[in-house]
Structure formats: C-alpha cells, structure tokens
Design a binder for this molecule. Structure first.
Ligand code: DQA
Length: 143
C-alpha cells in the first residue's frame, strides 16, 4: 500500500490549545484521525509525525524518500519561514512534498509571507484549517 508521510513542525503539538482563533480547536490527534479515515477510503496509509526540532524534519524527509513514500505532506510551521535546510532537503529528494498550513500565512504578518518550503514543494494548500490536510491528502492521492 502506498504511504504518505505527514510531517508537522514546531508548536503543532499544542494544536487545540494554541491560538485557537487562528488555528482552530482540533488537536493534532484529531487531524490524524481524520487523515486515517480519508487515507483508508483512498487506499493509502499515513505516517503522521511531529517534532519541534528542524533536524528531525530533515531526517524524516530523507526517510520518506528512502522508504519510497508516495508523497510527503509538510506543515513546517515556523520553520517554513526560516529554513534553508528544509528547502534543500525537499530539493534533494524525489518524493513530492505538499506544503500545508492551517492558516493563510499571506493574510498574516509580513514575516510569514516568505516560504522556503513553498519554493521547493510541488504545491501549497493553506487557510482551510484542519481541512487543509485533507485537501493535501486528496492531492497526494492524485499524484
Ligand atoms: C502555520 C503557519 C506558520 O506561519 C506558523 O508559524 C505556524 C503554523 C499554519 O499551519 O498555519 O506555526 O504553519
């Protein structure tokens, strides 16, 4: 069965508690549950992970590639706007990476308008809350 890695960056472990007016009340476990259900319907399996450490995300991108994953859905959170290392990791692998955000960074502070991830990803889905992840999974299924 094709697998899709779903990688989540810093502070996303606090989803549900963290600025709910911006990020919603769903926890990361809630989102994992929704993705599991949708993945089942699509004939995919998901591998959902979260880390507050940039290097873990780099290592997991390499791992997704080595494992022959069908796609990676990546919410790099704050590292989106800072990480050349993530940009380089996405460029270094052949697995397509879909950038995802709960909020729409372009409607927010100007420091969120640049994405090092978006410059390397195959596409970006942002602004639909937890539904952004489901849209990304549908996109992954069609790659
Ligand atoms: C985020 C947007 C980022 O700007 C922010 O740093 C996050 C979450 C989102 O999902 O909306 O941590 O990636």
């Amino acid at each position: 069965m094709d697998s899709v890695f779903v990688l989540n960056g810093p502070n996303l472990n606090l989803l549900g508690l963290r600025e709910p007016a911006i990020y919603g009340s769903d926890t990361l476990d809630d989102i994992a549950g929704m993705l599991e259900d949708r993945a089942h319907a699509l004939g995919l399996e998901i591998d959902m992970r979260q880390s507050n450490h940039e290097g873990h995300l780099v290592d997991w991108l390499h791992e997704a590639n080595a494992a022959g994953a069908k796609a990676v859905i990546l919410n790099a959170a704050g590292f989106t706007h800072t990480s050349v290392a993530l940009h380089d990791a996405i460029k270094a692998i052949s697995v397509p990476v879909i950038e995802v955000h709960l909020s729409n960074p372009h409607r927010r502070e100007s420091f969120r308008h640049n994405s090092f991830v978006g410059g390397a990803a195959i596409g970006t889905i942002a602004g639909f809350g937890a539904f952004s992840y489901l849209l990304a999974l549908d996109a992954a299924a069609r790659l």
